[in-house]
Structure formats: structure tokens, C-alpha cells
Design a binder for this molecule. Structure first.
Ligand SMILES: [Zn+2]
Length: 327
């Protein structure tokens, strides 16, 4: 893999992620300011690939001065500590990322208990025994939160060498998610907020107080009408029709909300029950493994909470299980 030059001083690097069906994360190099936007998964293979690709444009991984993170998912932040162990590098992310780190540290301390309780709340109690087999894998005491050096604010202009990038806070896929917009060059770095083919996972845990789907839809509208010639995403491929893709994504979630309401109308009332009635792009619910079902359930929960906040759905707790119904 060789880096692809997008425009003067801007390169797209494909950082491999072999075990993941997405195949790779895009990292973007702004060469004159020695800046990377996102990195890749934490693996030697990924680090070696990043270092080799940077070498092709005459920069070493140890010469990187800063990393701007679109969000804190592992496939974007993974190589930050690899870079940090070898040189001084500033890490920039949205201010909310820091709050999120603290929250996650708290949750990780008792992640197994929280996950087990969530399974109960969501009506997935039948899987408790199965989950129990993984209890030890949940101990994450060694997980040090990533240190963020410079918190970013929505609307802030980053001056990076020849380029000015505007920070656009786009919560939804992750609460700390940002996109970066280069108005002069009509270039939009979309992270995982807008991908050309797959729909980003928008999910909610029962221990969180948020409306990620409401945030996500608002964040789609926030970027829809930006004048752009090219969209540079975190995965898949570059594209041009930002507004068209935003409209497709909104339509996708509208259809899913409709499916959720139909399921409730048919008498399904727990998160797992409703998730089982939805058409999932990856594979049908009945043949999903437990971990995929759990992801589908947290995504369904985000849709139910969105409808609850709109006053279309009621939520009650019956014998320790969250129960939803049409209002
Ligand atoms: Zn990603």
C-alpha cells in the first residue's frame, strides 16, 4: 500500500486492520505541519505500515508532531501510544473526549457487573449464563485512559501549516466525534460520522444518559450543506455527494424507527424482543452470535430512547426489565 496524494501536502494512508471486516482505517497526513488525522488499530503490523507509508513521503513516524482524533474508538486512536512512546506528539480531540475517558474508566472498573445488569434491563436475561463464561475477560484494570493534550471546541479553527481546519462537533456515532472541514479546499474529513456505504453504529448503554440517535441526526444536518468537493472518511472510500449520503442515512434511520414502532405495535416490548424484529444489514437476528446481538440491542435501545424522548414511546421498568410501548 502506498499513500495516496489527495492534494498538495495531504496524503491518505491505509492502515491495515486484518481481523476486522472493514479491512483498514484511513489516516491522513498533513505533511507540512507533520500532523496525522487518526491513526489505526494498536498492532505492530499497523504501526509498521504507517511508518513505511510515511517514509514514502519522506517523514518518519517518529517525526509526527501531532495527532487530531475524530473519536476515541480503537481503530482510530490505537497507534497513538505507539507514536508517543517514540517521540513527543500532541494529541488533540474534542473536549468531551476527556470527560468520556473519565466516565469510561469508572465503567470499566465494574464493566462485567454493568454488562450483566444491562442484559437484564434489556430483556436478554436468557444470555446471562453465556456472558458469565467471559467474566474474566472483562477485567480491564490495566486500561489506562489515553492522555489528551489539547481539548478542541466546536467551531474552533486549527491552523496547521498552510491549512485551516474547522472543528465540527458531530456527536452520535461517538459523543466526542468531530469532523474537520477545510473550507478553502472544500475538503471534508468525515471520520466515522458519514461513511459512503455502511451506516455507522449508533448505540446506547443503559448506564448512559444520552440520546445518541437524536444527536446523530442533528449532527448529520449540521454537515449536510457544507460546500465540499471531496469527503475523506475513516473507512471504505472517498466520495463527493455529502448531502446525498446524509439523506440516505437519515432515510435509513427513519425506516428503522418505523420498524421499531411496528414491533412495539405487534406486542414486542423489551429491547431484545424489538431487536429481534428488525431487519439487520449484517445478518438475520436468529443467526447472530451473542456479541452481535448485543450490538444490535444497544442500537435498538438508542432508537427506543429517541422515540421516548419524542413522546412516541413509553418506558417503564417491570420486574427489573425495561418495557416499552407505543404512546
Ligand atoms: Zn472506525
Amino acid at each position: 500500500m502506498a499513500p495516496i496524494q489527495i492534494s498538495e501536502g495531504l496524503y491518505q494512508l491505509k492502515v491495515p486492520m486484518r481481523a476486522n471486516p472493514l479491512g483498514y482505517t484511513f489516516s491522513y497526513l498533513l505533511s507540512d505541519s507533520r500532523t496525522l488525522i487518526d491513526t489505526g488499530i494498536p498492532s505492530w503490523d499497523a504501526y509498521a505500515s504507517l511508518d513505511r507509508q510515511l517514509g514514502e513521503v519522506g517523514i518518519k513516524a517518529t517525526g509526527i508532531e501531532r495527532v487530531v482524533l475524530t473519536h476515541l474508538h480503537n481503530d482510530h486512536v490505537g497507534l497513538v501510544n505507539y507514536l508517543r512512546e517514540r517521540s513527543t506528539v500532541d494529541i488533540l480531540a474534542h473536549r468531551v473526549a476527556i470527560e468520556r475517558q473519565q466516565e469510561q474508566t469508572r465503567v470499566y472498573r465494574e464493566l462485567y457487573r454493568a454488562t450483566s445488569q444491562e442484559l437484564q434491563f434489556m430483556g436478554g436475561g436468557a444470555f446471562q449464563q453465556f456472558l458469565g463464561r467471559f467474566e474474566r475477560a472483562f477485567s480491564r484494570e490495566d486500561a489506562e485512559p489515553l492522555r489528551i493534550d489539547k481539548p478542541l471546541e466546536d467551531g474552533q479553527q486549527l491552523e496547521l501549516g498552510q491549512r485551516k481546519l474547522r472543528v465540527i462537533w458531530t456527536p452520535g456515532h461517538a459523543v466526542e466525534h468531530i469532523c474537520l472541514y477545510d473550507a478553502d479546499r472544500r475538503t471534508f474529513f468525515s471520520g466515522d460520522h458519514v461513511l459512503p456505504k455502511i451506516t455507522s453504529h449508533v448505540s446506547l448503554h443503559t448506564w448512559e444518559e444520552r440520546d445518541p440517535l437524536g444527536d446523530y441526526i442533528a449532527s448529520l444536518e449540521k454537515v449536510r450543506d457544507l460546500p465540499v468537493d471531496i469527503v475523506l472518511p475513516g473507512h471504505e472510500r472517498n466520495f463527493t455527494d455529502l448531502a446525498g449520503r446524509v439523506d440516505q442515512l437519515k432515510a435509513h434511520h427513519r425506516a428503522r424507527l418505523e420498524e421499531v414502532k411496528q414491533a412495539l405495535k405487534a406486542g414486542r416490548n423489551t429491547v431484545f424482543d424489538v431487536a429481534g424484529a428488525i431487519h439487520w444489514d449484517s445478518r438475520p437476528w436468529v443467526i447472530m452470535d451473542f456479541w452481535t446481538k448485543r450490538m444490535a440491542a444497544t442500537e435498538t435501545y438508542a432508537h427506543l430512547i429517541y422515540l421516548r424522548n419524542k413522546g412516541e414511546v413509553s418506558e417503564t421498568k417491570v420486574e427489573g426489565v425495561l418495557t416499552f410501548g407505543l404512546v
